[in-house]
Design a protein around this ligand. Sequence first.
Ligand code: MG
Length: 250
Amino acid sequence: MSIVLKTRREIEIMREAGRISAQALKLAGEAVAPGISTAEIDRIAYDYIKSQGAKPSFLHYNGFPATACISVNHEVIHGIPDKKHILREGDIVSIDLGAVYQGFHGDNAATFACGKISPAAERLCTVTKESLYVGLKKAVAGNRLGDIGAAICEYCVSRGYGVVRDYTGHGVGAHLHEDPSVPNYGTPGKGARLLPGMTIAIEPMITEGAEEVKVLRNDWTVVTADGKLAAHFEHTVAITEGECVILTQC
Ligand code: MG
């Protein structure tokens, strides 16, 4: 696959897909509280996306069984919602979901606090979210992919965190995952050049400890190898000559 540039019209559709994705994420995040199951949160996202005439992008994607990936504490990404997984005070809950509307996808993620969380967990979430915006600032036509990844990586590593390398952001559009891959590390000035009309998902996955991850025996859930916390924030954006346009906004 090569990088597919989108027309203005297609980006307008993606803005609507992004709005639905962002609102579903917001509603799911607002439901995070001690005592709720991750399956109940998933249902809230599913119901909202369907109510908007859209479809959950992740449901049945490569066999994934739910609307949202819900990854708690040391789980980094691809956690499977489960009615037996009841959230507890102090958990950090990463929710990643997308919606497909009129043939185009939006994809976004955020990590939410369940009740009162530790100062260390709070700082990890804050720095991860900030690193996404540091990356977004570099997502400008004429820059290269390495500029985005290098900026995210430098921001997190200089604050003592690990940057997951085994999974990356990606192009997004008529397919949930398109070229190019958008790593959260890189070398400034290297990699594909960013062009107006590119639509990409930037999604730092940041760890409290080492960057190594492993996949659980369910073949989906990615966890930190050392069992320490992870956080994840993501937006889908359109590249323009100026600042990128965040499409996953409600
Ligand atoms: Mg993504």
